[in-house]
Ligand binder design. Structure first.
Ligand SMILES: C[S@@+](CC[C@H](N)C(=O)[O-])C[C@H]1O[C@@H](n2cnc3c(N)ncnc32)[C@H](O)[C@@H]1O
Length: 315
């Protein structure tokens, strides 16, 4: 499935209000370049550095954005954004400050939909879930080696499953006879143990989310890097973060509050920005999306050029 960028107008409106000119904007989660493409159009003065830890995302970008790459408006780097502190200690970006950062967290539609990536309970594939294919640790390692307590804690803490005990017990029992190697095996076991409690909500949803968060260390990586990114902004620059579940959103909210309390800058949108009804209808991924924005220094709201601001909806 094609990836539809979430909260696109709202993101572009925020970036259009960045008062600094002719700077580098970093799209920390390039994905299929949906946001990057529109930022390149809306901010003719910005160059974009696109990061992604997934080899397939970078390969896609190299093909689809060949013109922007050759004109020098776009640079692509395969790396984890949590290593941004290392990037700014390298010669090219040493002590550099940036016009802004975007983190559109989680997985892209192609990652979710392609069975071979092992994120999906609808498309059978290896029990993998690594965003970065060079990493060795995968979901299969967790399911086949973690003890009962470890699995229960993981499903409770990251999946917010209140009583994962039956599923965990069945995994431990099944392991006596075989190892798990596919998403289909695991989702069938969960479906059998839990049954369908809510229409349209696959019983494996929260278990798979917990595994994905652990495999990719998603929360820890975001938590680690937000202060570095905020401190690498030029005065007036903005840090935009889109999250898709409550644990991640809470983490970003707390981090931005702490940055504001330290005197570094201000939270731009006091209430979180969410998709409107129309967007939610067109793109189901946007239903849970939440955008939070932090500005370094005092907020100036003079838009870049004559950008016609969309109507970001606040809730
Ligand atoms: C939701 S998608 C981004 C989609 C993109 N905004 C677009 O419109 O096409 C998230 C992307 O970020 C990447 N990603 C997630 N966490 C990352 C991390 N810690 N470092 C680098 N890339 C990451 C994933 O591999 C995925 O391609």
């Amino acid at each position: 499935m094609k990836h539809i960028p979430v909260l696109l107008d709202e993101v572009i409106a925020q970036i259009s209000e960045i008062p600094v000119r002719d700077q580098i904007f970093v799209d920390c989660t390039f994905g299929r370049g949906g946001h990057t493409r529109e930022i390149l159009k809306a901010r003719g003065d910005f160059k974009i550095l696109g990061l992604d830890c997934d080899a397939e995302a970078i390969e896609f970008g190299r093909k689809e954005f060949a013109n922007d790459l050759s004109s020098g408006r776009l640079e692509l780097k395969r790396m984890n954004f949590s290593d941004f502190d290392k990037l700014i200690s390298e010669e090219k970006y040493k002590n550099k400050q940036f016009g802004g950062f975007l983190l559109d967290l989680g997985v892209s539609s192609p990652q979710l939909d392609e069975g071979h990536r092992g994120f999906s309970f609808y498309h059978d594939g290896p029990l993998d879930m690594r965003m970065d294919q060079s990493q060795t640790f995968s979901a299969a390692d967790i399911i086949n080696t973690w003890d009962e307590d470890g699995l229960n804690e993981l499903f409770k803490n990251y999946g917010e499953v209140r009583r994962p005990y039956r599923v965990t017990q069945k995994i431990i029992d099944a392991r006596k006879e075989r190892t798990f190697s596919t998403t289909g095996e695991l989702s069938a076991l969960i479906e059998k143990a839990e049954g369908w409690q809510k229409k349209g909500h696959h019983p494996a949803t929260n278990y798979f989310l917990a595994l994905r968060l652990e495999v990719n260390q998603e929360l820890a990586r975001v938590e680690k890097i937000l202060p570095t990114l905020a401190n690498s902004l030029l005065p007036g620059g903005r840090l935009l973060v889109i999250t898709f579940h409550s644990l991640e959103d809470r983490l970003v909210k707390v981090a931005m509050k702490a940055l504001a309390a330290s005197g570094l800058g201000e939270i731009v949108n006091k209430k979180v920005i969410q998709a409107n009804w129309e967007q939610k209808k067109q793109n189901p991924r946007s239903r849970s999306a939440k955008l939070r924005v932090f500005s370094r220094g005092v907020i100036e709201t003079k838009p870049f050029k004559n950008y016609q601001k969309g109507e970001p909806r606040e809730s």
